[in-house]
Ligand binder design. Structure first.
Ligand SMILES: Nc1ncnc2[nH]cnc12
Ligand SMILES: [Zn+2]
Length: 324
């Protein structure tokens, strides 16, 4: 059992955290037919491309500040009930723009939900704005410019998500330069759908402190050593990787050998209901399927706090909570 452990995660896409029941409620509110995206209470997709399509349809069910506040509050409250003290949610102002809400109202709605969850449960959270890779480098530069200018206290980082097999990392270097200069924390999806080369490219062109996934670094021993030597933190999402068939099963997942090689790793849920998981379940699988002991799981939680994009007093307060 891992229910008693304190937990933290630094990688969850907020629209991807929508419980199907909430999506159904939103669909009723807006008169949207969901038969193509939800069947028998579960999201319908069968590969990364159809996953993104389903994800975008779910995102389109959130149309007001209040809708986004409800989503953030719902997710973070449930996470806190599972023992989480900290969460970084990946947010995409592009979704706010697409639905006609606008980026500022999108961010303010999420922030209101994060504050409501904190008031109820104590959970601390931050937002990472993400560029969407398959929309291309120009779109990601605009998103980076928006993130750099925003200066919202709860927006502390930048990510690049989406179809990893499109474009080269080098094409996004300028976007990351913009947000680095603005003082945002940097992480990037790599080594999930693409191989070890994508992790090396990310390190060389973006210089992030963390990599979203990064697990396919296991294909290259020198790269694994580089990750360990350079203290790069991996945001590992085992349930997501199995659902998307990056690895055939949990027995083949590289989390244990990465950990054994001294790579700093964290446990994350990615898009929990899409991948039939939750942060609590990721801890359970790490314990009971991968064989990690409580002390090792606590070390992953500590790594998440150490690598979190928060100010130092907040980090010290969260680290102290791990000892309580
Ligand atoms: N697992 C994932 N990989 C890349 N982009 C995403 N967007 C939402 N979930 C994602
Ligand atoms: Zn992700």
């Amino acid at each position: 059992m891992t229910a008693h452990l304190k937990k933290a995660e630094v990688h969850c896409h907020i629209e991807g955290a929508t419980p199907p029941e909430l999506a159904l409620r939103q669909a009723r509110k807006y008169g949207v037919n969901t038969s193509a995206i939800i069947r028998d209470g579960a999201y319908v997709w069968d590969d990364f491309t159809s996953f993104v399509k389903c994800y975008d349809s779910v995102a389109s069910l959130f149309r007001t500040e209040g809708d986004y506040a409800l989503l953030a509050e719902t997710y973070l409250t449930e996470l806190a009930e599972a023992g989480a003290i900290y969460s970084e949610i990946i947010v995409s102002p592009d979704h706010g723009n697409t639905i006609g809400l606008g980026a500022d109202a999108y961010i303010e709605g999420l922030a209101a939900g994060m504050e409501a969850a904190k008031a109820k449960t104590g959970i601390e959270s931050r937002m990472l704005i993400t560029g969407i890779r398959h929309l291309g480098p120009e779109s990601v530069v605009s998103t980076a410019e928006y993130a750099a200018a925003l200066r919202h206290p709860l927006v502390t980082g930048f990510n690049l998500a989406g179809e990893e097999r499109m474009h080269s990392v080098a094409e996004f270097a300028r976007a990351f330069d913009i947000v680095r200069d603005a003082g945002l924390g940097l992480t990037i999806h790599a080594g999930e759908l693409s191989g070890a080369f994508s992790v090396r490219d990310a390190l060389d062109h973006v210089r992030p402190s963390r990599i979203s996934h990064g697990v396919r670094a296991i294909e290259d021993g020198d790269l694994v050593k580089r990750l360990a030597d350079e203290d790069v933190v991996l945001e590992v999402c085992p349930g997501s990787n199995i659902s998307l068939q990056v690895f055939p099963d949990f027995a083949a997942h590289p989390l244990p050998p990465l950990y054994a090689a001294g790579v700093r790793v964290t446990l994350n849920s990615d898009d929990p209901p899409f991948f039939h998981t939750s942060l609590a379940q990721e801890y359970e699988i790490a314990a009971h399927v991968m064989g990690f002991e409580d002390g090792e799981l606590n070390r992953m939680t500590r790594t998440a706090i150490e690598a979190a994009f928060v100010d130092e007093p907040t980090r010290q307060r969260l680290l102290a909570m791990l000892h309580m």
